[in-house]
Ligand binder design. Sequence first.
Ligand SMILES: [Zn+2]
Ligand SMILES: [Zn+2]
Length: 272
Amino acid sequence: MLATKHDKLPLIGPPLAGAVGLRVDAVAVDTDSLGTFTGDIPRQAPPLDTAIAKARLGMSAAGQTLGLASEGSIGPDPAMPFVNADREIVVLVDDDNGIVVWESHSSWDIIVASTSVGADEDLAQFLGRADFPDHQLIVRPNSGVLRPIYKGISSIDALATAVGECAAVATDGLARVETDMRAHACPSRRAVIAAAAERLATRVAARCPSCGAPGWGRVDVVLGVPCSWCGTEVARPRAEIDGCPACEYRKDRPLVSPEEGADPAECSYCNP
Ligand SMILES: [Zn+2]
Ligand SMILES: [Zn+2]
């Protein structure tokens, strides 16, 4: 049972059907109560907790023991503040096995754009940057009372009307125009959700070597590869740790063989 208001079934259903034969249906629940992209309802919990809460809303609405949901976080990349990143989490809550399995995918190929404009300003350049109308828009007053708010705008006429109305009530005479980041309005986000769902499907298909539960996969990373000249540890992944969502079993998966050290060029001692 997929908790969605925004048409995510074609993104999440097929990979899970293909990998583990899970038949996925959508249930309409108002996941906006858990926070929205437009910021009219702030999100309170971390994204993974929000995704789990959404899945549980769907499960109780449909009376099912299995639930799926996704949650996205869009904003400046912490490592590259001038680039926007989209991280999508897709989660499977399985009360039959008492487990939660999740995967995520991140991408910089997300279209995020905003501007403030007067009623008769030329928006052509902005609309190109925003990939309109493939990507839909939200319009609201730039200042003062932040109502009305128009969402899911996909035609030039609707955009002009919304900009006119919002600019007229704004104290600075400007309308705020921005990309609508809801999944059904934002194709560049849909691609990231689909990729996260593919990863989840692969993970649900992987069984724990110890107890057989679904969801075996990476749970942690071990940093520290010794420099091949001096042995000082370079902060690079040495191994990944696979784990099971149902039992305590863990297994190291080395990424670097013991005889192959880190490049001295990365070493803070050899190459300060
Ligand atoms: Zn296990
Ligand atoms: Zn060194």
